[in-house]
Design a protein around this ligand. Structure first.
Ligand SMILES: Cc1ncc(COP(=O)(O)O)c(C=O)c1O
Length: 367
């Protein structure tokens, strides 16, 4: 026996560039303005907070492994069969599970060029090969995706709306994408920002899941429901896909706290509507203010904007990021997404939006 064999992970793992989340701290500033992770501007529903607090004395108990009550609440809210819902520790867990279950070595996973980074990361983690399809005007290009489908394609992952671009595909385009895929390819629609969209031609994916056996829709409680810290997401699936995910997921993958707060949040329609109204007011407000400064804005339907800064090193995205950070304002650099000239800015509270707009006026005017 030789002693030369080294311990190595499976092929693909060391090709992963670890996901770097948005920054949360600025040295010397006690409460920075956090616009780097598309978290909620308004914070959680008071009902969700109360439900979370109320269970403190019960955390020695395992959660309901089937998240029965939460799935019932979701089923009722969205008019879908709870048996076809699978809950996860954030939609991130469901992205990983889907790719682990449906793709492996030798398989390809398709996503759009500036799509959410967890798709290529989890494709590699599953041993599969991520393939990026080019976009058109920072929007998923259905024809470009379909042109890259091969015999090895197993999953197509599309965020709709997409993070970080904020753009979306209308129901007709998504249906056209689905129609062009072989039935053996899974179309995973990640609708993390669905609740923010107010466009008549948008459909989160439920209708498509209802009429196809190879489509799944993912949703999250991290964005409009403001429960990112608890980790809660869900998948609406054809029965066969729900069965597969239920075989592979951890038996207690969703915590007691996430289930309790999630049930309360689903029931708090007022909080949901308030968050929508807030976004409808401040998304156009911020977009307009930034456009006035000469920044190029990608039209967003979500709770963030993607702004293109000038190439001039005094005015570029890195300089803007550093300037904002020095003012205690955290935004997100986009180099990892292949967009080094852009910053992504989350819609925060009204005063936070005024602060970021004022700071950027100063930044652009500085000599
Ligand atoms: C498109 C998209 N999908 C999924 C997620 C992950 O959400 P979760 O917190 O539910 O894991 C995010 C978070 O930023 C996202 O932007």
């Amino acid at each position: 026996m030789t002693h030369e064999a080294r311990l190595v992970p499976r092929p693909g793992i060391l090709d992963i560039s670890p996901y770097v989340g948005g920054e949360a701290k600025v040295a010397g500033i006690q409460r920075p303005i956090r616009l780097a992770s598309n978290e909620s501007a308004l914070g959680p529903s008071t009902k969700a907070i109360a439900a979370y607090r109320a269970l403190a004395g019960e955390i020695h108990r395992y959660p309901d492994g089937n998240a029965e009550e939460l799935r019932e609440a979701l089923g009722q809210c969205h008019g879908v069969d709870p048996a076809r819902i699978v809950c996860g520790a954030g939609s991130d867990e469901l992205i990983a599970l889907l790719l682990r279950c449906y793709a492996g070595p030798g398989d390809e996973v398709l996503y759009s060029r500036h799509g959410f980074l967890m798709y290529p990361i989890n494709a590699l983690a599953a041993g599969a090969t991520p393939i990026a399809a080019p976009e058109r005007e920072l929007t998923t290009d259905v024809d470009a995706v379909l042109a890259r489908v091969t015999e090895r394609t197993r999953v197509v992952f599309i965020a709709n709306p997409n993070n970080p671009t904020g753009t979306y595909l209308g129901a007709g385009e998504m249906a056209r994408l689905h129609a062009g895929l072989p039935p053996s390819v899974l179309l995973a629609i990640d609708a993390a920002y669905a609740e923010f969209v107010n466009r008549n031609d948008y459909e989160a994916g439920i209708a498509l899941v209802n009429r196809a056996e190879n489509v799944v829709m993912l949703r999250t409680f991290s964005k409009i429901y403001a429960l990112a810290g608890l980790r809660l997401g869900w998948a609406y699936c054809p029965p066969a896909i729900a069965d597969v995910l239920n075989r592979v997921r951890g038996p207690f993958n969703v915590s007691v706290a996430a289930q309790a707060a999630g049930i309360a949040a689903v029931g708090d329609v007022e909080a949901l509507n308030g968050a929508r109204v807030h976004n409808d007011q401040w998304l156009p407000w911020l977009s307009e203010r930034l456009a006035r400064l000469g920044l190029l804005l990608t039209p967003s339907v979500a709770n963030f904007v993607l702004a293109r800064f000038p190439d001039d090193p005094r005015r570029n995205a890195d300089a803007a990021f550093a300037f904002l950070q020095s003012r205690g304002i955290l935004t997100r650099k986009m180099g990892a997404y292949g967009l080094p000239h852009h910053l992504r800015i989350t819609i925060g509270t009204g005063p936070e939006m005024e602060s970021v707009a004022t700071a950027l006026v100063e930044f652009m005017a500085a000599r």
